[in-house]
Design a protein. Structure first.
Length: 258
């Protein structure tokens, strides 16, 4: 089996491998890699050295079938210093995910830089964990996981790497590599055993304060369930240089059908 999540079929279509397999259903793709594929295509769309990605929000319209995936990207708000891009992922003639990404002007603001995002210890301080003990699926099996001490149900700090590359035979940008692990946040700080309760996210939002570097990705994650079926997974996302930004996921919390 290939050591990649996707094989390119043509300029915009990709064949998912078993490494993309989701955690809720065996015949679905995991949102982490589907969103990363879209991020890679966003990075490749009409690239400009003077603009940078500030935010991407992915809206998930339904289960992501384990089938050839077609990605299109367009510029819906062109501009000299601000642009808005839109990407769609279509499977079997149905739009499954729609994403919008803001690209903003680059400038030197290092003299004013400061952050209130909390830092965490590096991956060398973490203990190796086997995520497949909690979650099934080919994507989860592709992860290298190190958990920092002090975690509890609903609150954990974890560092992640992936074995496979995103697209077979291709190098993607550091942002797309980071995104391969963003959606994982909803599964690392389990509040309730996923065999007892469902809590999939219906969207994924990534806000960045700087460009990420390649390598380990750290998630400092808190999970909240409300009393009426709503939930929120909130994470500060890190590379080995420190905080990169925030990841938010809106959840639908529900019992399994009888």
């Amino acid at each position: 089996m290939t050591n990649a999540y996707y094989r390119r079929i043509d300029a915009n279509t990709f064949e998912p491998t078993l490494h993309t397999q989701g955690a809720w259903q065996e015949h679905e793709q995991h949102m982490a890699v589907a969103s990363a594929l879209m991020a890679a295509m966003i990075e490749q769309h009409e690239p400009r050295d003077d603009l940078q990605i500030a935010r991407i929000t992915w809206e998930i319209f339904g289960m992501i079938p384990l089938a050839p995936s077609h990605v299109e990207v367009t510029t819906i708000r062109p501009g000299r210093t601000i642009e808005l891009l839109e990407a769609t992922l279509t499977i079997e003639s149905r739009v499954i995910i729609r994403a919008r990404a803001w690209r903003l002007a680059m400038s030197d603001t290092s003299a004013y830089a400061g952050s209130e995002l909390p830092t965490i210890n590096g991956p060398e301080a973490g203990a190796v964990e086997d995520a497949t003990l909690t979650w099934p699926g080919g994507y989860i099996a592709s992860l290298i996981t190190r958990e920092l001490p002090g975690g509890r149900p609903g609150r954990r700090q974890v560092w992640l790497k992936t074995h496979p590359t995103l697209i077979e035979g291709e190098e993607v940008g550091a942002l797309a590599e980071l995104v391969t692990r963003c959606d994982t946040a909803n599964g690392i700080a389990v509040r309730i055993d996923p065999k007892k309760l469902m809590y999939p996210n219906v969207e994924l939002s990534l806000h960045l304060v700087r460009a990420p570097r390649r390598g380990w990705v750290g998630l400092d994650t808190a999970v909240t369930f409300g009393p009426t079926g709503l939930g929120l997974t909130s994470s500060t996302i890190h590379d080995e240089d420190g905080p990169v930004g925030r990841v938010e996921q809106a959840l639908t919390v529900r019992e399994f059908p009888a």
